[in-house]
Design a protein around this ligand. Structure first.
Ligand code: SF4
Length: 438
């Protein structure tokens, strides 16, 4: 019996770290590196509801699904199903639990055994859990096939005889065979044609209405979860960036990452009118994620330091150039080949290449950047790194924001914390610990 206030599923501070391949130096020094696939995620799913989990490839969303089902062991944190922490269950208890928690995979072609008939595939799930005697078995398989929109006569066919959409229906029938209460839908429509996607989404919704199943619906596309989810969580590099109902999330998106994801949808939601936001660079490696807010290396709205008055867009370009200089990614020698008229022209060429204005609007900021670039072009990169590191510091690169209530839903972003709005790196009067360095 679930306590009234207890959701069907609750995960608390879930972490999954993988040990990564050590390079030669690391092996020599005995150092270990970890891929932080999921890094302290807390979520809840109510009975009969759907939580959409969205993010770019590699953000950790599928790892969350598999960790909830205990297909992979969590590094830390808890998974409560009906109020019970299932990370502490024994092997046999876990096997029993699998009747209640199922998964539908992204690629039906590779998730169904090509040598088995549909009868074998669905029957296997029934057999593993000892659910049906011989007489009931065939009848139950036919009933399931019809329930997912297939024909009972399909039971004797092999997977290669079906289309992608039909295969996914078989995958759904297999998951339903054990009467689960919760299903992880791991990108179940990503491999399907758009017209078929809608049919599968409708089927999942009908099943939920009829059977009261709860879903964790994983997708990389916000438009896919918009219609099926009661709540949507947006993930970036192993953490939740924003969470809310579709209405809260789309009207308009608050977190800069959600804003960029939504702007990338070919036909953006009519409730939100804005240009496409192109994020700089790629998602950083989860082996060595950025300090502070993990999105700060790409965020178009990253907070500037309080000491300088940057105009719109200037700070993003200056911060990106600063990162390139720190990472030794400004190939001065290559610029020298293009430019013949000395250091000034060389610094101009660097600004041009990295979209930094020829002159910054704040004279003090301009002096700092000009001096740093002078040092870079004469080969004194370390001095430039020191200068930029002491003068141009964003609070977003120092403190990791925590999820906090905002006007609509919750978001992990300093823009919604009054203590950070003026760009202070170490805001005084921390009232709830959100300003603690991570
Ligand atoms: S905390 Fe800063 S870097 Fe992170 S999303 Fe908010 S504004 Fe962008």
């Amino acid at each position: 019996m679930i306590a009234v206030s207890e959701p069907l599923l609750r995960i608390e501070n879930l972490k999954k770290y993988y040990e990564s391949e050590a390079d030669f130096i690391d092996r020599l020094l005995g150092r270990k590196k970890h891929v932080k696939a999921v890094d302290g995620v807390s979520l809840e799913i109510e009975e009969g509801r759907t939580l959409g989990l969205v993010g770019e490839s590699g953000c950790g969303k599928s790892t969350i699904g598999r960790t909830i089902l205990q297909l992979v062991e969590p590094t830390d944190g808890s998974v409560y199903f009906k109020g019970r922490d299932i990370t502490e269950l024994s092997g046999s208890e876990l096997r029993d639990l699998r009747r209640e928690m199922q998964i539908i995979f992204q690629n039906p072609q590779s998730s169904l055994n090509p040598r088995f008939t549909v009868n074998d595939i669905i029957g296997e799930a029934l057999d593993i859990h000892g659910l049906e005697d011989d007489e009931r078995r065939d009848a139950r398989i036919k009933e399931l096939l019809e329930r997912v929109g297939l024909n009972a006569s399909h039971a004797n066919r092999y997977p290669h005889e079906f289309s992608g959409g039909q295969l996914q229906r078989i995958g759904i029938a297999r998951a339903l065979a054990v009467d689960p209460e919760f299903i992880v839908c791991d990108e179940p429509v990503s491999a399907l044609d758009v017209s078929v996607q809608a049919q599968i989404l409708n089927l999942l919704e009908e099943l939920q209405e009829e059977l009261g199943i709860s879903y964790l619906f994983i997708a990389h596309d916000l438009s896919v979860v918009e219609h099926i989810a009661d709540e949507i969580a947006v993930m970036y590099l192993g953490e939740i960036a924003e969470i809310g109902t579709p209405e809260e999330l789309f009207s308009p998106p608050q977190h800069p990452y959600t804003e960029a994801l939504l702007s990338a949808i070919p036909e953006p939601d009519p409730r939100w009118e804005a240009d496409r936001i192109l994020l700089e660079g790629t998602v950083p490696s989860p082996i060595d994620p950025p300090d502070g807010c993990k999105f700060h290396t790409r965020c178009p709205r990253v907070i500037p330091p309080a000491e300088y008055a940057f105009e719109d867009g200037e700070w993003r370009s200056v911060l990106s150039l600063k990162t390139r200089i720190e990472d030794d990614e400004v190939p001065v020698a290559a610029f020298e080949e293009q430019v013949e008229n000395g250091a000034d022209r060389l610094a101009e060429a660097v600004r041009e290449e990295y979209d930094v204005p020829a002159t910054l609007s704040d004279p003090d900021a301009e002096r700092v950047l000009a001096e740093a670039l002078d040092r870079v072009v004469v080969g004194d990169r370390e001095a430039a790194v020191d200068l930029l590191g002491s003068e141009f510091v964003t609070p977003c690169g120092v403190h990791n924001p925590e999820l906090r209530p905002i006007e609509h839903g919750r978001a992990a972003c300093h823009l919604f914390d009054p203590r950070y709005r003026d760009g202070h790196v170490d805001p005084a009067g921390s009232d709830d610990g959100t300003a603690e360095s991570d």
